[in-house]
Design a protein around this ligand. Structure first.
Ligand SMILES: [Mg+2]
Ligand SMILES: [Zn+2]
Length: 500
């Protein structure tokens, strides 16, 4: 037996009781390779009905109830009940391939810095005709990143990040959101060798219109991960802008027609027709062009644009009401705030993080808060350490404490009269600008009065986390103009807690 054969994993399957669940369990039960320590079925039917009918298998299987709160909550209920080192999430309608267990054992035999591993997903399409719009949509899953149709995470990583965000109620975006939060802590996700089939689900006439509800989840993604979230999950720009143009043209035509602006009505109606026809054609041409598909494309191409806009607006409106007042960015002093101060240190081996720093930083990262370091390093001007030494030390800080989105160090001397050395505001302003964050929505966390003064001068907020070396009058001053916290963890908890 190789090391790979001893992999310790549990499988978690959220389900609303679909018949396909039996086939998943049967596929898991077959084949060679190590069996899961257990299979946890998260029964997410809203009303407790009769127990789920599970096929008899040789697998240790148990069921937990998750109360119909959606797949994110169901998966959380599942992994929290499981105790294996790895948790493999499967949808209740996938079919793991015949070599799945053996391939999984190889996939999970990875170094510790790999936090998760996804399967290669294949979507079987009809061979005798061209795929419908719906089938092509499902086939797109094969290229999607980190989807939970078959995705393994280390349990410890799920615990550290809190798992899936239960604000996502549909089977949409909750998986990409978790992947972004895990990656924000510097951990890696990889694609494995195991193959899993994701069949095309039967869909009603208006399924593609109903699927537009996902636009509300896109609004949550934008709030949590910024405007570039689509790029970060490897997706193209989406069609919302075109849908907005189409909807605007249609609305203008309607309003103009009702108020007697006939020319405006005609022009807008023509614009709406062109945009709608273009959208419909784009969906019809690659497809089978049967009468049923043509009818479906014609009707849904009219309905999708306004549905998409409506759901996006709904999502943004909800965002506005629950907008977290979390900071736009948090900028940390380095010495005696993140790591123990070794004066003019140029030696990476002397980098020792302060207690709780990593956990506090990760908590900000998983909440989508950009992080920066603002640090005075006058040792460079004094000739006590080289710029290379400084870079090596900073790299070591990052290795131990995880990634920062910007580094700003002042290498000037105390009497150089530069604008960046704290208590001057330059470093804070530069960091804020680089992160695209307004300074007044940034928070500086540091251990001295100079950190607080630099923040105040830049228009930012500050939290002083004093050490035994912090002067008493600096603490008194900070109590007036800023905030004082006993530890970095408390400082961060307050910054995030205020948002709730
Ligand atoms: Mg300091
Ligand atoms: Zn400077």
């Amino acid at each position: 037996m190789s090391g790979a054969q001893q992999v310790d994993y549990a499988v978690v399957i959220p389900t609303t009781g679909r018949d396909s669940l039996g086939a998943v369990l049967a596929a898991l039960d077959s084949g060679s390779g190590p069996a899961p320590r257990e299979v946890v079925v998260a029964d997410d039917r809203p009303r407790p009905g009769p127990p789920l009918a599970l096929p008899a298998t040789g697998l240790a299987t148990r069921t937990v109830r998750s109360g119909g709160r959606g797949p994110a909550a169901a998966r959380n209920a599942g992994w929290r009940h499981a105790e294996a080192e790895w948790i493999v999430f499967l949808d209740d309608d996938v079919v793991p391939g015949p070599q799945w267990r053996e391939q999984l054992a190889v996939d999970l035999d990875v170094p510790l810095e790999v936090a998760g591993c996804q399967a290669a997903i294949s979507v079987p399409l009809p061979s005798t005709r061209r795929p419908t719009d719906w089938e092509r949509g499902t086939a797109g899953l094969a290229d999607a990143w980190w989807i939970t149709a078959d995705m393994a995470y280390r349990r410890e990583v799920l615990a550290a990040t809190g798992g899936f965000d239960e604000e996502f109620r549909r089977a949409f975006r909750e998986d990409a959101d978790l992947a972004l939060r895990v990656q924000s802590t510097g951990r890696r996700l990889v694609t494995g060798s195991r193959t899993t089939e994701h069949p095309v689900r039967a869909a009603g006439f208006c399924a593609s219109v109903r699927a537009q509800a996902g636009n509300a989840d896109n609004a949550i993604m934008r709030r949590k991960h910024g405007n570039r979230w689509r790029q970060r999950i490897g997706e193209g720009p989406g069609r919302l802008q075109q849908h907005a143009a189409t909807t605007a043209a249609g609305l203008t035509a309607l309003i103009a027609a009702c108020t007697g602006w006939r020319t405006t009505a005609k022009v807008s109606a023509a614009g709406w027709l062109v945009l709608t026809a273009e959208f419909a054609l784009r969906r019809i041409l690659p497809g089978p062009r049967t009468p049923a598909e043509l009818a479906r494309m014609a009707v849904t191409s009219v309905l999708i644009p306004p549905a998409a806009c409506w759901h996006r607006l709904r999502g943004e409106w909800r965002n506005g009401r629950s907008r977290p007042r979390k900071p736009a960015a948090v900028l940390f002093d380095r010495d005696d705030t993140l790591i123990h101060d070794v004066p003019y240190n140029g030696d990476p081996s002397q980098v020792r993080p302060k207690r709780g720093a990593r956990a506090a930083l990760d908590r900000l990262r998983v909440n989508g808060v950009p992080l920066g370091v603002v640090s005075n390093q006058s040792g460079v001007a004094r000739g006590l350490l080289g710029e290379d030494d400084l870079a090596a030390v900073n790299a070591e800080v990052q290795r131990q404490l995880g990634p920062f989105d910007t580094w700003q160090c002042c290498v000037h001397g105390e009497d150089d009269g530069c604008g960046c050395r704290k208590p001057a505001p330059g470093l804070v302003k530069r960091a804020a600008a680089e992160l695209g964050a307004p300074p007044e929505e940034c928070v500086v966390v540091g251990d001295t009065g100079a950190d607080v003064a630099a923040a105040v001068a830049a228009g930012a907020r500050a939290v002083l986390v004093p050490t035994e070396r912090t002067k008493p009058d600096e603490i008194t001053e900070a109590l007036v103009v800023a905030d004082v916290a006993p530890t970095i963890e408390v400082a961060v908890a307050r910054l995030l807690g205020r948002s709730r």
